[in-house]
Design a protein around this ligand. Structure first.
Ligand code: TRP
Length: 378
């Protein structure tokens, strides 16, 4: 029946059954009731409406506190192993929306240490990538007054005391069970999860009182935060609330856009020609011939091009449905969809790349150097 799939912080393969994953990890559905509640704060983001951000932990508790005047801190991150692609930017865009509607501070962790430890990269390479990736993050327009970037090897002095406390509470046997480590795992990797947990607790540590934290990210990161949440109460930190999204699909029809398959991946720095070429080769739900497609219609459900409209490039539900219906009725051919998608992505990227250049002037000021967590609260 169900095909095999793997979702860990280091590996995402196979056809992902997101319901099953949610059950396995023990996270909770973002259901209609929760969407109704979120609607009170601002117009629901398409990623929520479409079930892309589909799962959570303790979001209701976080909102209860917010309603009582307790502001939370947003936290997400990036392992700088290569160029930023659309899949990386998806949760960041979502964070931007949360920051806008709740007017909260945001922490962005760049784990140059993680990618050094887990991949065949030098520290110089991961640090350089961290800078490049940070430009894409900043380009999304976060409030520069309220957004701070943590680069692990740079900000280690801030993170280390917290990471130490976390690491003392996590045994090797837990880490092994959660992450599948074995005797050949390097010991830096075993410690790493405490570094990824640290920013979630940093505001509480610095404010000297509990500051709630919300972490929107891909569901593949849950193992880290499960561990972080488990140790939080014992250290006097609030458990971070989580909002999880599905993996951004690859152009080859897979479940995740992969950095290793450059032709099935749209990078934030791709030019119009590269985009045209990649979309041109994308896996679609089309038929073998034009005649057959006109007669029998295509299948948007398996189509990578349609997925791109669904995930990021068609916010209007009515228009998205209309596209699906026209496809199924044979009224639109793959070439047409591909052309439309190509031009939408290129418009988006042209704008993004201009803002990315401007980000070079701001990114330095956003480096973490302490933050007044209570400022402008209540
Ligand atoms: N481990 C993440 C990655 O490989 C990077 C990361 C650090 C992160 N802190 C985070 C992701 C917090 C989400 C939320 O990309």
């Amino acid at each position: 029946m169900a095909e095999e799939f793997t979702v860990t912080p280091w590996e995402v393969t196979g056809k992902i059954d997101y319901e099953l994953l949610q059950k396995k990890f023990g996270t909770v559905s973002i259901d209609e009731k929760l969407l109704k509640r979120l609607e009170k704060y601002g117009e629901i983001h398409p990623m929520l409406r479409r079930g892309i951000f589909y799962s959570h932990r303790d979001l209701n508790q976080l909102l209860d506190k917010f309603d009582k005047g307790e502001k939370f801190v947003l936290y997400t991150g990036r392992g700088p192993s290569g160029n930023t692609h659309l899949g990386h930017m998806m949760p960041w865009m979502f964070c931007k929306w949360i920051q806008d509607i709740f007017d909260v501070p945001m922490l962005f962790q760049m784990t140059d240490d993680e990618k050094f430890l887990f991949q065949d990269l030098t520290l110089e390479e991961t640090r350089k990538m961290a800078y490049e990736n940070a430009l894409d993050f900043v380009a999304l327009g976060f409030n520069p007054e309220k957004t701070k970037i943590i680069l692990d090897t740079e900000n280690i002095k801030t993170l280390y005391p917290i990471a130490l406390k976390v690491s003392k509470k996590i045994t090797f046997s837990t880490a092994r069970a959660v992450f599948g480590f074995d005797n050949s795992t390097n010991i830096g990797s075993i410690f790493y999860t405490s570094i990824q947990a640290a920013p979630a607790f940093l505001p509480t540590e610095e404010a000297g009182k509990e500051v709630p934290c919300l972490i929107p990210c891909g569901i593949d990161q849950d193992p880290h935060f499960r561990a972080a949440r488990d140790v939080a109460p014992g250290l006097g930190y609030p458990k971070p609330a989580m909002m999880y999204c599905k993996m951004f699909p690859g152009l080859g029809g897979g479940d995740k856009m992969s950095s290793s398959d450059q032709n099935a991946t749209i990078y934030a720095t791709d030019g119009p020609k590269a985009v045209k070429k990649k979309i041109g080769r994308a896996f679609t739900g089309g038929r073998v011939s034009v005649e057959e497609q006109r007669e029998k219609g295509g299948n948007p459900e398996i189509c990578a091009v349609f997925m791109y409209f669904f995930y990021m490039f068609e916010e209007d539900d009515a228009k998205l449905n209309e596209r699906a219906e026209r496809c199924k009725a044979g009224g639109i051919l793959c070439g047409e969809c591909k052309n439309e998608l190509t031009s939408r992505i290129n418009v988006f990227l042209e704008d993004h790349q201009a803002r990315r250049e401007k980000a070079r002037g701001i990114v330095g000021n956003m480096t973490y150097d302490g933050f007044e967590w209570n400022k402008g609260g209540e």
